[in-house]
Design a protein around this ligand. Structure first.
Ligand SMILES: [Zn+2]
Length: 206
């Protein structure tokens, strides 16, 4: 057999740049972000309705999000909590994972996960936390998507079957560069890393 697997970029704000498979925010995932929590104007260029359960695209939506809590943004925290609970409920109802945006709010995120008895995987995207926090979150069903800036110890501490890679809003760094860096840090081959990312994609989204 002679075929090549694509790179997968698990969270972007842009379409594929070099043939990699992307999970594009607003296209493959939809959610109310703590920065902009209102059911706001439809996404540029699209005709998406919100919530996605009411839209025709429900079937092809891979996940909810980004959604979460952000202690450093201007949105009133009570409103963030309310919106996040609604997004979590929707993720459970639709049986789709949730891309998590979390800034200095992990205690509340964990409390809400417990309170709503959430079972869907939560993907902490752009993870920059340390290894200790990562280890505390693993038993709760979290996945960690690492971007171009990350804590190397956290990357080493993350089990490969909970690890994802993303470029987010960076359109200048090819995802292949991040894969190469991570494969080297983890001491595995690039092929093995690519295969692992495919396995993770299947577990989460198929
Ligand atoms: Zn993003």
């Amino acid at each position: 057999m002679n075929f090549e697997l694509n790179y997968i970029d698990f969270h972007t704000h842009h379409p594929s740049l070099n043939g990699e498979r992307v999970i594009q925010d607003g296209v493959d995932t939809q959610g109310r972000h703590p920065w902009e929590p209102l059911p706001s104007p439809p996404h540029k260029g699209g005709s998406k309705s919100y919530p996605p359960s009411l839209g025709g695209d429900r079937g092809r939506l891979l996940a909810l999000g980004e959604s979460g809590l952000d202690r450093l943004c201007d949105t009133p925290y009570d409103l963030q909590l309310q919106v996040f609970r609604e997004e979590v409920s929707l993720s459970e109802e639709l049986q789709k994972p949730l891309f998590l945006h979390c800034v200095r709010a992990i205690d509340d995120v964990l409390r809400i996960r417990k309170e709503l008895n959430a079972r869907q995987p939560w993907i902490w995207h752009g993870y920059r936390g340390n290894a200790k926090q990562l280890q505390q979150l693993l038993p709760h069903g979290f996945y960690f998507s690492f971007g171009t800036k990350f804590n190397p110890e956290a990357l080493l501490a993350c089990p490969l079957d909970r690890l994802l890679l993303e470029t987010d809003d960076d359109t200048t760094t090819p995802i292949a560069d991040l894969y190469a860096r991570v494969a080297q840090l983890r001491g595995i081959s690039l092929d093995a890393l690519i295969r692992q990312m495919h396995d993770n994609f299947h577990v989460l989204f198929e």
